[in-house]
Design a protein around this ligand. Sequence first.
Ligand SMILES: [Zn+2]
Length: 114
Amino acid sequence: MHEFSIMQNLLKIIEKEAKANSLSKVNGITVKIGKLRQVVPEFIEFAFATIAKDTIADGAKLNIESIPITIHCEKCNKDYPVIEDTYTCPDCDSLDIKVITGKEIILASIEGDQ
Ligand SMILES: [Zn+2]
């Protein structure tokens, strides 16, 4: 389960952010995860609850938002959403595309008590 390593890295960021904002307790976080990461929300929640135990984020509520996959066609110089795992340009059928979103893992917000 790569969810555990994802959440371990995220917890480090949460702890750093909490410290920077002088939070003594983290009550909730929102994480944006690209669809290409293919994470299972239930696993993410389980991994987070396990990893966050006895840390500043113990018991914090986790909100997960997914980021859709978009590609950029080098020929048309345009961006398109990816529908049904098709990685070609919908206008010109070019394979000369770049994935521009869908791989990210972003800590979008953090709530807590000072
Ligand atoms: Zn194109």
